[in-house]
Design a protein around this ligand. Structure first.
Ligand code: TMP
Length: 234
């Protein structure tokens, strides 16, 4: 597989074309941003860690029958993925109230939920990823009713598999963000599954092992990412 020109550079990843028009290379950077890139920094070795964690989780999900864009890990910081027509919607799944939901509802982080929450945001940097709903998604033609049903079912299925996977490794999957896209008529899970886009708490101590350590200046950011990598690979 030949790596060709850069086709897109985002805040945490770069996408490269390959000699196969259906496949692209996803390269993971060490750069970290928060609050719509108002805060910027570097998390040492994040690119390697996120590539390894994401590759492991995508293969695990594929083994469970979830359709993803993942093909294979091709290097320390690179994975080969299917080229997607990305649906501009961030799908957030929550098992406990934390982050923006805890703030919006005026409850402490870690408050139990009677039912899994699914939220949608419009993927738009200039607008700061505003909160939207299925009615808006369909009204703007971002996805059809049928696609939203598939996306919602896939998000809940991923939550079941990953909650169990992390639980077995001493980690609580508090919430996470997914992205989906179209490939040859199918809706596939895309993007990444890493401590950048998940809240991961130590099951015993509730210590945060994710990007909140960077967002909130909690220290030991690299160590937290290393610990997630160790547990995910173990
Ligand atoms: P929130 O509580 O800030 O809305 O975040 C919910 C989840 O989504 C959390 O696991 C972090 C993830 N997330 C992203 O992946 N990208 C983002 O831009 C934001 C704000 C959150």
């Amino acid at each position: 597989m030949e790596k060709l020109e850069k086709i897109y550079e985002g805040k945490a990843k770069i996408l490269y074309a390959t000699d196969d028009p259906d496949l692209i290379i996803q390269y993971f950077k060490d750069e970290a941003t928060a609050f719509n890139a108002q805060k910027k920094g570097i998390i040492r070795k994040k690119g390697e860690i996120n590539n390894a964690v994401s590759s492991r989780l995508f293969s695990y999900l594929e083994d469970k029958g979830v359709k993803t864009h993942f093909v294979e890990k091709t290097g320390e910081r690179e994975m080969l993925v299917k080229r997607l027509d990305i649906i501009p919607v961030e799908v957030i799944v929550r098992n406990l109230a934390a982050g923006s939901l805890a703030k919006r509802m005026g409850v402490i982080e870690g408050t139990a939920l009677k039912k899994t929450v699914i939220e949608f945001c419009y993927k738009s940097d200039p607008l700061g990823d505003p909160f939207i709903n299925e009615s808006i998604i369909m009204a703007f033609g971002f996805a059809t009713d049928g696609e939203m049903k598939k996306i919602t079912a896939a998000a809940l299925e991923v939550n079941g598999h990953l909650s169990r996977f992390f639980d077995e490794r001493g980690i609580m999957l508090v919430d996470f963000k997914l992205e989906f896209g179209r490939h040859k008529g199918a809706v596939l899970l895309g993007d990444e599954i890493t401590p950048d886009g998940c809240r991961l708490w130590d099951k015993e101590t509730r210590e945060k092992l994710d990007k909140d350590r960077f967002r909130r200046d909690l220290g030991h950011v690299e160590e937290a990412y290393e610990e997630v990598l160790r547990k995910v690979m173990g």
